[in-house]
Each structure stands twice: as C-alpha cells, then as structure tokens.
Design a binder for this molecule. Sequence first.
Ligand SMILES: Nc1nc2c(ncn2[C@@H]2O[C@H](COP(=O)(O)OP(=O)(O)OP(=O)(O)O)[C@@H](O)[C@H]2O)c(=O)[nH]1
Ligand SMILES: [Mg+2]
Length: 330
Amino acid sequence: MRAASRSVDLNLQGIRSGDRRALSRFLTLVENNRDAVADQLAELPPPFDDNQIIGVTGPPGSGKSTLIAALTKLYRERGRSVAIVAVDPSSPFTGGALLGDRIRLKALAGDKGVFIRSMASRGSLGGLAWRTQDVVRVMVSAGFDYVIVETVGAGQTEVDIARLSPTTIVVQAPGAGDDVQANKAGLLEIADILVVNKSDLPGAERAKNALQAMLDLGRPTKTQAQDNPIWVPPIVLTSAIEERGINDLAERIASQFRYLQKHGLLVEFQERQLRAEFMHRLRETLQGRLFDTFTAEEFAGIIRRMVQERIDPQRAVDQLLQNLEFRRRK
Ligand SMILES: Nc1nc2c(ncn2[C@@H]2O[C@H](COP(=O)(O)OP(=O)(O)OP(=O)(O)O)[C@@H](O)[C@H]2O)c(=O)[nH]1
Ligand SMILES: [Mg+2]
C-alpha cells in the first residue's frame, strides 16, 4: 500500500516535468480507480488561471477533430503545447469510433508538445463529465498551454462536459436547407464562439446567416450591454481540411479569453465549477456511506414494510436516518 502510493507520488513529479508515460499511467488510474489517487489529485491545483481550456462540440461529423488538428498545428507553430481529450459518450469502449479521431490527429503524433487522450463512457454516463474534469485538471497540471476537449454535441452529458470549459466552440457544417443543427441540441446557448466549418462546401454563407439570425433574436440591447458587458458569440467560417479560417478562429479564442480575464469571469467560472463539483462529490460521498452502512437486505426490508404497512416514503427515509444516527452513537 505504502509503496504503491509512493510510486504514484513519483508519477506526479514525472507528470509535472513532462514525462508522458507517467501522465498516461496516472490518467488511467484517475479514470479507473479515482479513490486510489484521490490524495494525488487533491494536490493538483484547480485549473483555469493561465492555461486555456477550450471545449469543442457540435453535431457528429461537422469536422471537430479535423478543426482541432488544424488549430493544434497553428498553436504548435507558435511554440505552445496542446493536450487534446476526445470524449465519446456514445461508446462504452475506448477505440472504435475514436479511431477516426486518432487517424485525423495522427499527423500530430510524435510531437512532444502534443498529447492526445480518448475517453469513453464505460457504460455509465453519470460520472463522465466529472471524469473529464479530472483528466483536464491533470493535463493542466502537466503544464499544457491549451487543453482542448472534444465532445459530440448530442445530449445532456455533452452539454454538461461543454460547460466545464470557460471557452466553448460550437462547430457545425453547412447542412441541408436552413436547418441550424446546433440549435436542436441546445448548443447555441453554451457557445462562446460559433464555427461554420466545411466552408469549402456550398451553403456555408447561408448557414452563417441562419446562425446570425438566431443570435440576433437573443442579443441584448446596447444599453444593457453597457451596464453589464455581454459577450456576443462571433461566427467564424473555416475549412479545417484546407486550413482556412484557422488564424481567425485562434484570434477569436484569444479575444474571448481576454474578455473573461478583463471582467473577472474566469474566477466566477471557477467558483461555479467548484461549487458544482463540491455538491456532486458531497452527494456521491453521502450516498456511498449510506450504502456502506446498510445492507441490500435491509433496504429490501424497508421497501417491503413500506408496501405492507403503507408507510409514506419520506417517513421511511426519516426512520432510516434516525436509525443511522442511532448506529453512529453506539
Ligand atoms: N469538405 C470538408 N470536409 C471536412 C472539413 N473538415 C472535416 N471534413 C471531413 O468531415 C468528416 C468528419 O470529420 P471529423 O473531423 O472526423 O468530424 P468530427 O466532428 O470530429 O466527427 P465526430 O467526432 O465523429 O463527431 C471527415 O471526412 C473530414 O475529412 C472541411 O473543412 N471541409
Ligand atoms: Mg471527432
């Protein structure tokens, strides 16, 4: 036990000094057995200060991975390091659907300034957002200038994951008709920057106009904007495959980050984030303790009594908690 914990400590040092194997191994522990590395995780400072965490989401196939690869290439040319997390909530396995990402991002492999990690749901969506959060935190501690998180924007889990980033880019491609795909999944609300990718294909301008029209509906009046500065998401046209519009996108990302810093919004974001994580972990811990204290048989007995003796569920909960108090004092 002691030896194991020491070797993880060493890993932590390795991670900070850029040891990729240590980083991979530690992330595997974080994903598979968080309790075993909870102490080490606790030593990692909460993120969001200097490093930039960028969430990239949008409908399947809109070109997120290709865009991330192009953006990463640009950041590398500027001498910045990049960690990429590709999250696939629809897959219980690492690999499979993510193989495509691997191939697209392959051009970046072998570069010491780039680190790519895939994450799958492992059957339960519940903790995926928080597991992603842990992984991002470790990557930040490993010193990457940018941590980019890719999720397919299709459901609540993806939206939850996108909320973890102070900067969220919603990528969509020109679709059939005037359909704004991103709006369906409620992604427009969380977008800090909107990208119409595949602008080499027909319909990109039309998609941009449709997005602009949707944004205009929700745009605050000038007066409101003066009292309380509101970020209006810019719409950027890109062609990830032809590497066009990438500079513009990087510029928008930088100015959104400056905006967050200038208005103290990073701190606010971090507070919100920590509060949410605290409440989540509190619930998990209390529930865990409860299930440690009472056996499945005892729970089954309570349900039986509720049915047979017509006990109100809230009353049953109160009785159970009284029982818990009683056991503690014993
Ligand atoms: N024409 C064109 N095709 C693109 C562009 N960007 C990506 N593609 C193609 O679109 C397809 C999907 O690209 P990905 O980068 O895998 O898209 P994704 O959004 O990451 O896909 P998922 O992760 O599966 O949701 C691939 O065949 C890409 O080559 C672009 O700018 N123009
Ligand atoms: Mg992808």
